[in-house]
Design a protein around this ligand. Structure first.
Ligand code: NAD
Ligand code: UDP
Ligand code: UDP
Length: 310
């Protein structure tokens, strides 16, 4: 049994990770400031004897005793990370420094939830880990993209300078139950709109692409990464290489929900990446991981969840 700290543990991915690691017999210390996360996500875990919840903002130092750290704290959807961009960068950068300082004092492994956004609007397609990316440093997405890039830099400097055991994963668009319905991400938006009979809002012409990974597949890759040999630091892409246009996604959700919602087109946000697809050879070779749940099956489960909460 390990005592595991999960920052952002009350968020979408953090709640799934907390549940999975509790089921494996570990003790969980969930740290969250509830900026985008919710007690509802972890409601069923609150009474578990091995689950502890601490309301705390990781931009402040944290002194606790644990065996592993998963650093997931950070708003992840464009509307939330752009709402208070300075706080977003602070969470990524100052938060990473504090969690790395904690890991250094305790001499324990620490995993960073990085993102495909480090590739920006990619000019290489699909994206391998060796691609350095194409990010606008002064645009509205930079608070998140550059914050996450700097966090990766800090992880690798603590590794080189302090011999810390680091694990960096680059998460590609992930969806599933426990997504916040007001999150503004494409999968939750389209499902909520379809279920309520509201217009489906496609930004731009809908030909931009994303590759969507189901939450349980992602969590499996994340846990495999934490438990991989010490020498393997990553960064490693974790995502599902099946690529879809936003128009295809909208039509699939309309079909599954049997909704009569209309598709409407709205302005494309600035710097919105045109295409995104992970190369996952490294995860396959080093972690023996690949996703198993395809989009339609994952959407059916996610739609069930949203039907329940709406
Ligand atoms: P989420 O918004 O549901 O979860 C983030 C959690 O962090 C929330 O519970 C929020 O309250 C908490 N948080 C934010 N700032 C904090 C702070 N300063 N101190 C303490 N807690 C704080 O998002 P998610 O989708 O679960 O994302 C989790 C992590 O994975 C994030 O770091 C995100 O950047 C990364 N990621 C997610 C995706 C995806 O598609 N879901 C893709 C790439 C990367
Ligand atoms: N830190 C923390 N918890 C700890 C140890 C450190 O929050 O258990 C914070 C500490 O406040 C510092 C940061 O982590 O701001 C970085 O710590 P490190 O030891 O790397 O740097 P230093 O303290 O020398 O600046
Ligand atoms: N998008 C959309 N309609 C929405 C929400 C998002 O067309 O209601 C588009 C968005 O412009 C982007 C894609 O869907 O091209 C994925 O957006 P999301 O915010 O989910 O993730 P990210 O852009 O960070 O990959």
């Amino acid at each position: 049994m390990k005592r595991i700290l999960i920052t952002g543990g009350a968020g979408f991915l953090g709640s799934h990770l907390s549940k999975r690691l509790l089921e494996e017999g570990n003790e969980i210390l969930c740290v969250d400031n509830f900026y985008t996360g919710s007690r509802k996500n972890i409601y069923e875990l609150l009474d578990h004897k091995n689950f502890e919840l601490l309301r705390h903002d990781i931009t402040h130092p944290l002194f606790v005793e644990v065996d592993q750290i998963y650093n997931l704290a950070c708003p992840a959807s464009p509307i939330h990370y752009q709402f208070d961009p300075v706080q977003t960068t602070k969470t990524s950068v100052v938060g990473a420094i504090n969690m790395l300082g904690l890991a250094k004092r305790l001499k324990i492994p620490i995993l960073q939830a990085s993102t495909s956004e480090v590739y920006g609007d990619p000019q290489i397609h699909p994206q391998p880990e060796t691609y350095w990316g194409n990010v606008n440093t002064i645009g509205p997405r930079a608070c998140y993209d550059e914050g996450k890039r700097c966090a990766e830099t800090l992880f690798f400097d603590y590794y080189r300078q302090h011999n810390l055991e680091i694990k960096v994963i680059r998460i590609f668009n992930t969806y599933g139950p426990n997504m916040n319905p007001q999150d503004g991400r494409v999968v939750s938006n389209f499902i909520v709109q379809a279920l309520k009979g509201e217009d489906i809002t496609i930004y731009g012409d809908g030909n931009q692409t994303r590759s969507f990974c189901y939450a349980s597949d992602l969590i499996d890759g994340m846990v495999r990464m934490m438990n991989s040999p010490k020498e393997f630091t990553g960064p490693v892409n974790i995502g599902n290489p099946n690529e879809f246009t936003m128009l295809e996604l909208a039509n699939l959700i309309l079909e599954i929900t049997e909704s009569k919602s209309k598709i409407v087109f709205q302005e494309l946000p600035q710097d919105d990446p045109l295409q995104r697809q992970p190369v996952i050879d490294l995860a396959q070779n080093k972690l023996n991981w690949k996703p198993n749940i395809e989009l339609e099956a994952g959407l059916i489960e996610t739609i069930k969840y949203f039907k329940n909460i709406i």
